[in-house]
Write a protein that binds this ligand. Sequence first.
Ligand code: ADP
Length: 489
Amino acid sequence: MNFIGGKWVPARSGRTMEDRNPADLDDLLGEVARSDAADVDDAVDAAKAAYPEWFAMPMPKRGELLRRIGLLLENHKDELSHLMTREMGKTLKEARGDVQEGIDFAFFMAGLSRSAIGETMPSELSRKFSLTMRHPIGIVGLITPWNFPIAIPTWKQWPAMLAGNCSIVKAAEDTPLCAQRLMELIDEAGVPAGVVNLVQGTGEEAGAALVSHPDVRAISFTGSLETGKIIAAECGRQMKRYSMELGSKNVTIVMPDADVELAVEGIAWGAFATSGQRCTATSRVVSLHPEFAGALIDKVRTYKIGPGSDESVDLAPLINRTQRDRVLEYIRVGREDDGASLAYGGSALTDGVHAKGNYIEPTVFLDATPSMRIAQEEIFGPVTAVIPVDSLDAAIAAANSTKYGLSASIYTNDLTAAMRAVTELEFGIVYVNAPTIGAEVQLPFGGMKSTGNGFREAGIHAMDEFSEWKAVSIDFSHRLQKAQFQPGE
Ligand code: ADP
């Protein structure tokens, strides 16, 4: 169902689409609305009707609603995590983390609602006072992917709400019910009707209609680079704001002095958590350590692969068959076209418990070179490529050699190597002695180069996505004062 103006409604056309469990394709979670431009029009009308009241509400009051939503999410964390595992496939532990991120950010934003969100500035003129304040953009569209079905929508929704916008969410086709539960809780917290609306459907229909609607003044998008370019082009044509969090090709450098056990643990977690379906997944390792590759394979050999609902599972299924086949094609490219050596994994699992799901073994390529396709393109699956190099200069050059720049890390105890990595890596997020995954909500999240267009999510930085700066000057001198002019001019 769609959530429009505080009411649950089907698509006007009556069309629906299926929602299935990636661990068991026979398990149909439900049918959800397949919306089009007519439903988007309704949602925009509802958002516009709600805007004046929401705009007028003091920010601490909006923050109070976010605090209530955070508490509700906490109360429903277990239920939401189980729904997420069934709908999206990730392990229950990861699903709990996903919900927790939404809770943490709700409380962070609630706190921010009573913090300084502007500045006071001196004026060069006497009896004139200057300040900056934020102004909401108005009606915003939030288009989200399936890999973090609660965390990513909340990263967009809370700052959009706090800044005073009304929004229309277009959730990913593969995780509509998580989006629906989130809306129910927002409603239960007492957020006025129309402030947040949900339109379910495909990207080409509902998503594109939201992007092209003239009254939607900004689009916040997380997804693939290809889709991001289509959305950016339309937003550019209409002169509307767009913020993009797109693909990446994240990397960890392992120096010869690294604690190799720690590096293996971190890289296995970074590469294979959520089956590599994270924007920050470690899909490349640039190694100068002679024992690293062998130790990584020993670790991966112990992995248990199965449904995310089994608490002992390390690697859960991929989101859908299309994605599974895309990852298998990359594995073929790695072996045949690139000529890297496939050291572990590489196949789909279709036996026993795996028969009805979208499973691929954890896959490790060795002897990759920086320019190979598997070392350049985002795979979004449980695949990592180890690139051997012989110097820190070569490691940093290899790390920086892709068009993306979201997350990078280095394992070393050498201060110089760590500091060179921190300063020279062209990535929006850099870790030392930690994996490429595991963002915290108070830090800015986003990437350089083709990963984005300069905005950051999370932290106080998220407010920049959803508000305009306003410079205000108040003159109480009761005479005309001219900036830049000398007295008497
Ligand atoms: P992925 O499915 O790999 O996460 P996509 O970029 O295809 O990446 O999808 C991310 C989100 O963007 C989804 O909610 C999807 O429905 C939506 N989407 C896809 N194509 C378009 C489009 N042309 N216009 C607007 N939204 C789109």
